[in-house]
Design a protein around this ligand. Sequence first.
Ligand SMILES: [Zn+2]
Length: 377
Amino acid sequence: MMGQRFSFDVKATDGRARLGVISTPRGDIRTPAFMPVGTAATVKAMMPESVRATGADILLGNTYHLMLRPTAERIAGLGGLHKFMNWDRPILTDSGGFQVMSLASLRKLTEEGVTFSSHIDGSKHMLSPERSMEIQKLLGSDIVMCFDECPALPATDAEVAKSMALSMRWAQRSRDAFGDRPGHALFGIQQGGVTQDLRAESAEALKAIGFDGYAVGGLAVGEGQEAMFGVLDYAPDMLPHDKPRYLMGVGKPDDIVGAVERGIDMMDCVLPSRSGRTGQGWTRHGQVNLRNARHKDDPRPLDEACECPACRQYSRAYLHHVIKSDEIIGSMLLTWHNLRYYQDLMAGLRAAIGAGTLVAFVADFHAGRAQGDIEPL
Ligand SMILES: [Zn+2]
């Protein structure tokens, strides 16, 4: 099995949306795919087998967090990230670039890379395209992301252009450092903010280098859904049609549906797991706050159509109780539900694209949310 190449097949299209399969030596990834985020080698509050049971084919791990603690070298010494965290299916790792920019303090950006202080203990570290490739290789990541820079917003066109040009030089260095690793993929990241010409320039630079997949980067950083969809109306089509397209850090269910309609194949977001830990449930009828007192006598499930343990085996009253009491099972059950809801949404999108009924599926999706949550008893 090892040695099998990384490949992507588009099986069907509906409008600009694509149904596909990414094949890797660690298993197939059905696209459009949603990747739960396992920041520190765990999807918080979930066992890996439970994450798999929600329907996830792939997880995302964070280079920045893992390089600081427990360190990539330690994980490599213990057999790699898959073994370390007991997840034998594909893993995508980010490059650390985005989190260095947003989380680390005292960072210094040069042509070579970024030096920064750990948010954990203040220790000094460096990330460069070469070091990021090395770390992601030590982790054993199946899909490796280029090291790039994403400018903080708001930024002028000149600042975005300068940052994009640096990211393209780093993309070439990432490609050179990655080398030839059969079965492992390297994705380039398109930058250029919300400026169409810069997006086109970035896409051309990446295509000239050549990658196994392409991410649309620099979105979901506070520009708002309208601006994001505006970029997605043209940016994915600038990238090769025969490679997967990944929208990083997205998002809410309606962001995901809109991105899939615009030709995105892969997404990741902490939202379903993070909001599960704060008592927020995502359902076909929108977001439900389980902390709300209206649930305290409610024997009905969070979502009567959901097959997850939180919905099959527990009432809204119980979920309300354990969340209000800060019981660990509250985080476990709501995270499970939210991840299952996201995966069911992806399965619905895939089925609709395959059947050529995406327009009707999307109309039903919006109608369900417009209807709102079930009435209090
Ligand atoms: Zn559920």
